[in-house]
Design a protein around this ligand. Structure first.
Ligand code: SF4
Length: 187
């Protein structure tokens, strides 16, 4: 349990359980432990994605489960080679996801086009058409790497200042690229 989670006190009472703490931390605690990802892949990295949900890595214990519809998903995983033909479909799926949403580029192909980089039909990286939050290297990355990427998204969620965002008082630190990205998205 980290400092932000420690600031939330959960006590059983006669009428049920009460949680007391800063509202940002309460919201973020719930959000980071219910990170649902869209089960969608475009090439061989998707096999590793499937394996990540299996018993060895077991993402369920982090509250990460797959959804089959973008409308219930928080995370878009770019798992595999992306052709120009598929890029518009992936963009459509991303736009169907509710805010706030996150993108992980999984593997060399999703990061840069990988070994198909010089092909006429392959997109040279998912960040050319989606705002990628986390890049995972490898061909393919192991399930442990993907799990680490998902945990980085959890760390990002932990730092999101909901009340400041709601009041328009969000100040991004220049040293924090994620925070800057959030600020740019709000403007
Ligand atoms: S990075 Fe490697 S394993 Fe992943 S989609 Fe590309 S070729 Fe396949």
């Amino acid at each position: 349990m980290n400092e932000k989670e420690k600031s939330v006190i959960i006590e059983p009472t006669g009428d049920g359980t009460v949680a007391v703490g800063p509202i940002d931390n309460l919201l973020n605690m719930a959000r980071k432990h219910s990170l649902w990802y869209l089960l969608f892949g475009t090439a061989c990295c998707a096999i590793e994605l499937m394996q990540t949900g299996g018993p060895r890595t077991d993402t369920d214990r982090f509250g990460m489960v797959f959804r089959s519809t973008p409308r219930q998903a928080d995370v878009m995983l770019l798992a595999g080679t992306i052709t120009y033909k598929m890029a518009s479909r992936i963009r459509l799926l991303y736009e169907q996801m509710a805010d706030y949403k996150y993108v992980i580029a999984m593997g060399s192909c999703a990061n840069t086009g990988g070994l198909f980089q010089r092909s006429y039909s392959v997109v040279k990286g998912g960040d050319l058409f989606l705002p990628v939050d986390v890049y995972i290297p490898g061909c393919p990355p192991r399930p442990e790497s993907l799990l680490e990427g998902l945990m980085l998204i959890q760390q990002k969620i932990e730092r999101e200042p909901w009340l400041k965002k709601a009041w328009g008082k969000f100040e991004a630190s220049p040293a924090d690229p994620w925070a800057k990205k959030e600020k740019d998205a709000l403007e």
